[in-house]
Design a protein around this ligand. Structure first.
Ligand SMILES: CC(C)(COP(=O)(O)OP(=O)(O)OC[C@H]1O[C@@H](n2cnc3c(N)ncnc32)[C@H](O)[C@@H]1OP(=O)(O)O)[C@@H](O)C(=O)NCCC(=O)NCCS
Length: 182
């Protein structure tokens, strides 16, 4: 087993702390064409309905943040605002684990659906969202700055997940959680 594989096996999902922001920003700069600023993350940490998670690689593997996710719990919806994984740790299940943790949280809070927007060119992320049960429900033309790229709107129905029993399969990806979700 390589060192990186062991590190990925050992990651834990916990709440983001303000001390994580430098690590998070380093990932954000390489992941988001319109990166969030330190202030954006600090604002989210203070917002009551905002939840910020990190996938944390433990001390024996050089403690660092390997990925993060920000979502809001508003009324009966989970709104996913931002997700990224460090380039060195991609395609190893961390993005999926962060999303599953967020969806399970929404499921337990009896939300009706999860919603998100994704760049039309970002087929990698769209593939991940579809694999979890998100469907395309619309688009916002010329939504992103610069190139005027469209946003694809995607939605996951919690009821449809429950009916299909799919949410039960999420649990196998939710084994890394170290947070108290109460
Ligand atoms: C999107 C992102 C968060 C995925 O994180 P990740 O940890 O690499 O994803 P996972 O390893 O959990 O992949 C889960 C699934 O996503 C899809 N996926 C991930 N990378 C992919 C790629 N390069 N090509 C095609 N599908 C891909 C696959 O369905 C994959 O499942 P599989 O490995 O069983 O085939 C990551 O690529 C990233 O940080 N991208 C830049 C930021 C970004 O685009 N955020 C989304 C904004 S809406």
């Amino acid at each position: 087993m390589t060192k990186r594989t062991e590190a990925v096996e050992a990651f834990r999902i916990t709440e983001m702390l303000s001390s994580d922001i430098p690590d998070v920003l380093a990932i954000e700069q390489h992941s988001n064409p319109e990166p969030w600023t330190p202030e954006s993350f600090l604002e989210e940490l203070l917002r009551p309905h905002s939840q910020l998670l990190v996938a944390r690689v433990p001390a024996e593997f050089g403690e660092m943040v390997a990925g993060y996710l920000c979502f809001w719990l508003v009324a009966d919806e989970v709104q996913i605002l931002n997700i990224a994984v460090h380039q060195a740790y991609r395609r190893q299940g961390i993005g999926r684990a962060l999303l599953v943790h967020c969806l399970n949280f929404g499921f337990e809070k009896k939300t009706r659906k999860a919603v998100l927007e994704v760049r039309s060119s970002n087929l990698t992320a769209q593939h991940l969202y579809r694999s979890l049960g998100f469907l395309v429900v619309g688009q916002r033309p010329d939504y992103y700055g610069g190139g005027g790229e469209h946003a694809v709107l995607m939605e996951l129905s919690m009821a449809a997940q429950r009916a299909s029993g799919k949410h039960e399969r999420w649990s196998k990806f939710d084994q890394f959680v170290a947070t108290d979700r109460s």
